[in-house]
Design a protein around this ligand. Structure first.
Ligand code: ZN
Ligand code: ZN
Length: 251
C-alpha cells in the first residue's frame, strides 16, 4: 500500500489553514517528502509519520515556498538524534541553490549528513516495493519537475504537477493515473501557473481517475465552490476536490 499525504496546500502566500504546498509519499522504504514548506517536522508528526524515518526529500524546484523548510528540518532531525544521512533529490540547479541556503544557515554539527542526488527531467528512479518515480519538466518560471509514482506490477499511479502552467509534459506524465494532484494558483490564465478550469482540462485529457487541487487559496485563487465548478467547466467529470491539509490520497 502507498499513499500521498498533503502537508500543505496553499500558494506562496499561506492562508490561516493552508501552509505552502508540500506533501509526503508514504510508501515502502519510508516516507519521501516532496518539497519542504515551513513547519515540516511538526506536520509529519501530525500526519502520524516519524520524521526520523524519512528516506529522502524530493525538491520540485527552488522557489522559496517549496524549499524554505529544508534547513530547519535537518536541524530538528539532527537535534532529535538522527545521524544517518538523508538524500535530497532535485534538478542540478535546484540542488545548487539549496546547498547555498543550507550553508548560509551554518548548521555546523547540527545537521544530518546530506546526500545530494541530481535528477534530470525524464529520469525514472526505482523506489522500494516495486514503485518507480518518473519526472517531467514543467512550464514554470524556474526549472521545475513534476512527478509520477507508479507501481510496476499493478499499474497504480499518482501524478503531482508541481508548479506549472498547463503543459503537454505534465499531461503526458499524468496519462491514465488513478490520481492527479494539480496546482491551481490563479483565477485567470497566468504565465507559469494553472487555473482550476485548466486543471480540469488537463485531468480530462489525461484521463485520470480523480483530481485534487493544491497550491490553491480561497482568497488568492477563488472560492472553493467556484473552483469545483470550474473543474467541471474544464471538462473533468470524475471525483474532484480542493486539497486540504492532512488529506490522504490512497493508492
Ligand atoms: Zn510554489
Ligand atoms: Zn514556483
Amino acid at each position: 500500500m502507498a499513499r500521498m499525504i498533503l502537508l500543505g496546500v496553499g500558494t506562496g502566500v499561506p492562508d490561516v489553514d493552508r501552509e505552502n504546498t508540500h506533501m509526503v509519499w508514504d510508501g515502502p522504504g519510508g516516507p519521501l517528502l516532496i518539497d519542504a514548506g515551513g513547519s515540516t517536522y511538526q506536520r509529519l508528526l501530525r500526519a502520524g509519520l516519524n520524521p526520523q524515518q524519512l528516506r529522502g526529500i524530493f525538491l520540485t524546484h527552488s522557489h522559496a515556498d517549496h524549499i524554505n523548510g529544508v534547513p530547519i528540518l535537518f536541524f530538528s532531525i539532527r537535534l532529535a538524534g538522527r545521524q544517518e544521512p538523508i538524500t535530497i533529490y532535485g534538478l542540478e540547479a535546484t540542488l545548487t541553490l539549496v546547498q547555498n541556503v543550507v550553508e548560509a544557515f551554518n548548521l555546523e554539527k547540527y545537521t544530518t549528513p546530506i546526500n545530494w542526488i541530481p535528477v534530470a527531467a525524464g529520469d525514472t528512479l526505482p523506489l522500494e516495493g516495486g514503485w518507480t518515480l518518473r519526472t517531467a519538466l514543467t512550464e514554470h518560471s524556474r526549472p521545475c519537475l513534476a512527478t509520477r509514482f507508479e507501481n510496476r506490477a499493478s499499474g497504480q499511479a499518482l501524478t503531482y504537477s508541481a508548479d506549472t502552467a498547463p503543459c503537454q509534459a505534465v499531461t503526458d506524465l499524468a496519462r491514465g493515473a488513478n490520481a492527479l494532484i494539480h496546482e491551481a494558483t490563479t483565477s485567470e490564465p497566468f504565465v507559469g501557473h494553472t487555473t482550476p478550469r485548466q486543471a480540469g482540462e488537463v485531468a480530462s485529457i489525461a484521463g485520470v481517475g480523480r483530481l485534487t487541487l493544491v497550491h490553491f487559496s480561497p482568497h488568492w485563487t477563488m472560492p472553493v465552490d467556484q473552483a469545483l465548478a470550474e473543474i467541471r467547466a474544464g471538462g473533468f467529470s470524475g471525483p474532484a476536490d480542493v486539497g486540504q491539509e492532512y488529506q490522504v490520497i490512497e493508492l
